[in-house]
Design a protein around this ligand. Structure first.
Ligand code: SAM
Length: 250
């Protein structure tokens, strides 16, 4: 009985020790990551590349929620219903800000929704009407949920947005909580900016708890002109919704 207790106790201590080692490692990784995204992200210097490689290793090891993951991970998450939470009340204001910008700036336009997921934005936007609505996403399961919503003016495509090539131009291109999952978010946004029609807009939504997301937004602002921006807070969460036009900053 006593031995049994000791064994259990030992197991507990070993487990506890492992946990504390893990949390020490993960806190260090988080601190390192925070420094990288605050000061070095987007830099082209050799030392920045070195840090970037370290960050890649950290993000893979700790599978952080705001960093790139494979298509299989997205599939599994959609199959187990993880993203149904985006339908919750606390997300309404965030989606409404994006819809409001499109409706005000580009009514009845052609829209490309990059990383459209299960089409929450599309379904809420639909009553406003559109000339064309294309949604792309890496998850087959997410896109399947849109099969019945597709009409002659809308299409939903399974593809990797980082390699997707479009023959069409758009009035509005949306990156709603998706850029920080890309391996090369800046390169990808700039590539998509070339798909804008004259005076077209890019809408980027950024989750403010993510250092990576905030760093990406900061860098986009050095490449594209900011037309307008709003911060939505539904405590404890906040999102920044930014509207860009293609012309380079003066
Ligand atoms: C947080 S969800 C946001 C979904 C949707 N934009 C929304 O807000 O309702 C991120 C989405 O990005 C998609 N995604 C991630 N990496 C992608 C890639 N390389 N190409 C296309 N879609 C991608 C995921 O499958 C997922 O649907």
């Amino acid at each position: 009985m006593v031995d049994n207790f000791k064994t259990k106790d030992m197991k507990f201590l070993i487990k506890k020790n492992k946990i504390s080692k893990f949390s020490f490692g993960s806190s260090l990784a988080k601190a390192f990551r925070s420094i990288y995204y605050s000061f070095l992200f987007g830099e082209r210097k050799i030392y920045a590349n070195f840090f970037r490689n370290v960050i890649d290793i950290i993000e893979k090891k700790y599978k952080l929620a705001d960093s790139p993951v494979g298509e299989d991970v997205w599939e599994a998450q959609y199959i187990n219903g993880r993203w149904k939470k985006l339908n919750n009340l606390h997300e309404v204001a965030h989606y409404s800000a994006i819809i409001g910008y499109i409706q005000y700036l580009k009514p009845k336009s052609s829209i490309l929704d990059v990383g459209c997921g299960e089409g929450i934005l599309f379904r809420r936007f639909k009553p406003n009407g559109y000339f064309r609505y294309i949604g792309i996403d890496i998850s087959q399961t997410a896109i399947n949920t849109l099969a019945q919503d597709q009409d002659e003016n809308s299409r939903f495509i399974v593809t990797d947005a980082e390699t997707y090539v479009s023959q069409e131009l758009f009035d509005v291109i949306i990156f709603n909580e998706v850029l920080y999952y890309f391996l090369n978010p800046l390169k990808t946004v700039i590539r998509y900016a070339d798909l804008l029609k004259d005076s077209g807009i890019i809408i980027v939504s950024t989750y403010t708890r993510s250092d990576r997301a905030k760093a990406i937004l900061r860098q986009i602002k050095t490449k594209l002109s900011l037309l307008d921006e709003v911060k939505i807070t539904h405590s404890p969460r906040s999102w920044i919704v930014s509207v860009f036009i293609h012309s380079k900053m003066a």
